[in-house]
Ligand binder design. Structure first.
Ligand SMILES: Cc1cc2nc3c(=O)[nH]c(=O)nc-3n(C[C@H](O)[C@H](O)[C@H](O)COP(=O)(O)OP(=O)(O)OC[C@H]3O[C@@H](n4cnc5c(N)ncnc54)[C@H](O)[C@@H]3O)c2cc1C
Length: 662
């Protein structure tokens, strides 16, 4: 017995520490502002609704308006970089009544923001650090992120939902240890908690995730149960595109494929705009003037800082890459629960999560060179698969990998940190000596808060018009959410467009023929040429929210209700809809960020490519040369998602060696 006490003492001590910190966090949470009533289903405060255009203006119109940012009539804010941070800043600024422009050199979310683990979370790992390092800054980060978690879920309930995650325990001491930790997580979330965490017995854990190992291969321990907790999960790229489109609908100028080439300074050396280039057009670069320029270029913020302050300016970013793999849905045994592997052999955290109609797993964390299109290395893929092997009862085979991808964390440098895992993932908002405001670091979950602070900083420069309103983004749902969204939408679509609806039409038509009347009676359902199954209804509701009906209308109008590629629920009509209403400019935009096919199944994305080019070509009136060029560049891009084969890795290494020797 004394031996047992000694054995479990560290766990008991940790449990006590977690509970103490959790209690402190809870008290902190109680003192803070609580969730606005309307986020919990109550009415929006009167007079605070923001007028949104029915449709975001087309890109051509946006470019014209961008040119209107002249020296005489500058924008209030020019945001450079259209990831989560930049799109969040644009929405914040425009809803405060500021004249706002956002430019993105590629597509919205083409950088890190489409390559996250897709968790809307406070970060259980950071809470552990807060406890063991007694670091109040880490605790504050967790608290802030948990606060933002519930806001993010409420602002786009079609794109972000709670996800059950199991923490499997194969040693008895892990049960109280992780239980205490996740209870502390609940407590820090306070009233904004999603669902209380709890212990689940082995049988229930296996029900929730049938592929979970009942006995761990290495070490040989049997499953002692799991701690079930909830975080949010979201479609990162669609959320990002949604932010940009909502900013446009609120009156902002947003333009993808427009690059900041250099910065404009006034005689006092202050940044007053940028020279920008439309990368899809043939016009020369042009000037866009603004009272304040926000640098939200993610891992590339130092490039903009160098443009203005010279190449010797101290960098603030230390890039670190994280890779993921996508596996078939059967890796989760058809379940909608994920697992967290809290400590891999080298002490990292790996998640395996259901995502849309696949399963994703990752991530890694390693210093990397700065590149716009990082790729997952064979070593990273093997590391992730190796971590899963210890926790799953099925063979984890490299041949099952459907897609791989890598993103660069824009970590704000901490010169004291020995490795990036120990860098505090806080954000940095600095007004540079030249007046530009740089916003970097943080995480997806805190994009709204970062944007609020960044626009506050822009207002604090004194260069804005007088009487700027306060931040309103806690009350601005994304397009497709808002009052008209219902959580029963998928069922509604399945009823209206499913095979039964078609049968009803046929019955009604037959009855009319019997009655001898060719005209439809007012009570008969409208004739439809589009029939969808439940999976497609679910996909459309999740991706487009209350705008899903418009996608189906496009399918009806253009006879584009067919499936784009076998095995995936995407409709041909989505291509046309996304070109018209979501600033989709290239086939890669569609395959990677309007839909997530490249992430879910890279080979299927390549198979879908010819039809996507055909549909976009017709919609955008591309000539043969443009179609060929679009097709080739999309093929090259999609190839970066293909799982690395040993042959490809060897070729890459050889190419690197040749380049090095050269
Ligand atoms: C592997 C990984 C997993 C993660 N998982 C999570 C998670 O689960 N949850 C979470 O909350 N956070 C997560 N994060 C963090 C989160 O993804 C990032 O913090 C966030 O996406 C950063 O957004 P950003 O807008 O600052 O950068 P980016 O998304 O990279 O956007 C910057 C944009 O600037 C553009 N740009 C660059 N230069 C120019 C120029 N000259 N002109 C115009 N545009 C330019 C780029 O093209 C790019 O689109 C993860 C990060 C990584 C790397």
């Amino acid at each position: 017995m004394p031996f047992l006490l000694l054995k479990y003492l560290p766990a008991a001590a940790a449990a006590g520490a977690f509970a103490a910190v959790g209690g402190a966090g809870y008290l902190l949470a109680q003192q803070q502002q609580h969730q606005p009533l309307w986020l919990r289903g109550g009415p929006q405060p009167e007079g605070d609704d923001i007028e949104l255009l029915e449709r975001p203006p087309p890109r051509g119109t946006q470019l014209e308006r961008l040119r209107g940012g002249t020296r005489e009539r500058p924008f209030d804010v020019l945001v450079v970089g259209g990831g989560a941070t930049g799109a969040g800043c644009a929405l914040d600024a425009v809803t405060r009544g500021l004249r706002t422009a956002l430019i993105e050199r590629e597509d919205f979310s083409s950088g890190t923001s489409s390559k996250s683990t897709k968790l809307v979370h406070g970060g259980v790992r950071y809470l552990e650090k807060a406890v063991f390092q007694l670091d109040i800054r880490q605790l504050r980060l967790v608290y802030e992120a948990l606060h933002e978690r519930s806001t993010m879920l409420a602002l786009a309930p079609h794109l972000a939902t709670p996800l059950p995650i199991l923490t499997p325990c194969y040693k008895w001491w892990e049960v109280p240890y992780y239980w205490a930790g996740l209870k502390a997580y609940d407590l820090v979330a306070g009233r904004r908690n999603l669902v209380l965490s709890r212990y689940v017995a082995p049988a229930e854990a296996l029900d929730m995730l049938p592929t979970l190992a009942a006995r761990q291969q290495e070490g040989g321990g049997g499953l002692k149960g799991a701690i079930l907790y909830y975080d949010g999960q979201f479609d990162d790229a669609r959320y990002n595109v949604g932010l940009a489109c909502t900013a446009a609908a609120a009156g902002g100028v947003v333009a993808n494929y427009v690059e900041c080439k250099s910065l404009i300074k006034n005689p006092d050396g202050k940044v007053v705009g940028a020279v920008v280039q439309d990368r899809l057009g043939s016009e020369p670069p042009f000037e866009v003037h603004a009272r304040v320029v926000l640098n939200t270029t993610g891992a590339f913020v130092d490039r903009l800082r160098h443009m203005s302050q010279g190449p010797d300016t101290q960098d603030i970013i230390q890039p670190s890459a994280g890779a993921h793999v996508t596996l078939p849905a059967y890796y989760a045994g058809g379940a909608r629960s994920g697992i967290i592997i809290p400590k891999t052999k080298d002490g990292r955290v790996v998640f395996m999560l259901p995502f849309l109609h696949g399963v994703i797993a990752g991530t890694t964390d390693a210093r990397c060179p700065l590149t716009p299109h990082p790729t997952a290395s064979p070593q990273e893929v093997e590391f992730i698969l190796g971590a899963l092997r210890d926790y799953l009862d099925i063979q984890v085979r490299p041949a099952d990998v459907l897609s791989t991808w890598s993103g660069i964390r824009p970590l704000a440098a901490d010169p004291r940190a020995k490795d990036t895992q120990n860098t505090v993932r806080d954000h940095v908002i600095v007004e540079e000596p030249d007046g530009m405001i740089t916003v970097s670091g943080g995480k997806w979950t805190t994009y709204r808060l970062m944007a609020q602070e960044a626009v506050d900083a822009a207002v604090a420069t004194g260069r804005m018009p007088v009487n700027v309103r306060g931040c309103r983004t806690e009350r601005v749902p994304l397009l497709g959410a808002g009052a008209e969204y219902r959580h029963t939408l998928a069922a509604q679509l399945a009823q209206d467009f499913g095979p039964q609806a078609q049968q009803q039409q046929e019955v009604a038509a037959a009855a009319q023929v019997t009655r001898g009347s060719a005209a439809a009676s007012p009570a008969s359902p409208p004739a439809r040429n589009v029939v969808i199954d439940g999976t497609t209804a679910q996909h459309l509701a999740q991706a487009y929210g209350s705008r899903a009906g418009r996608v189906l209308q496009t399918a009806e109008d253009h006879h584009l209700g067919g499936q784009l590629v076998a095995g995936h629920p995407y409709l041909e009509a989505e291509v046309v809809y996304c070109v018209r209403h979501e600033y989709c400019q290239t086939p890669a935009d569609f395959l990677a960020r309007r839909t997530r096919l490249a992430f879910l199944d890279a080979r299927a994305a390549l198979r879908a490519l010819p039809r996507v080019v055909e549909l976009m070509g017709a919609e955008c009136r591309w000539d043969a040369a443009t179609r060929a060029a679009m097709s080739a560049s999309a093929r090259d891009y999609l190839a970066t998602y293909l799982p690395p084969t040993p042959a490809a890795a060897a070729a890459k290494q050889e190419a690197g060696e040749v380049a090095h020797a050269g």
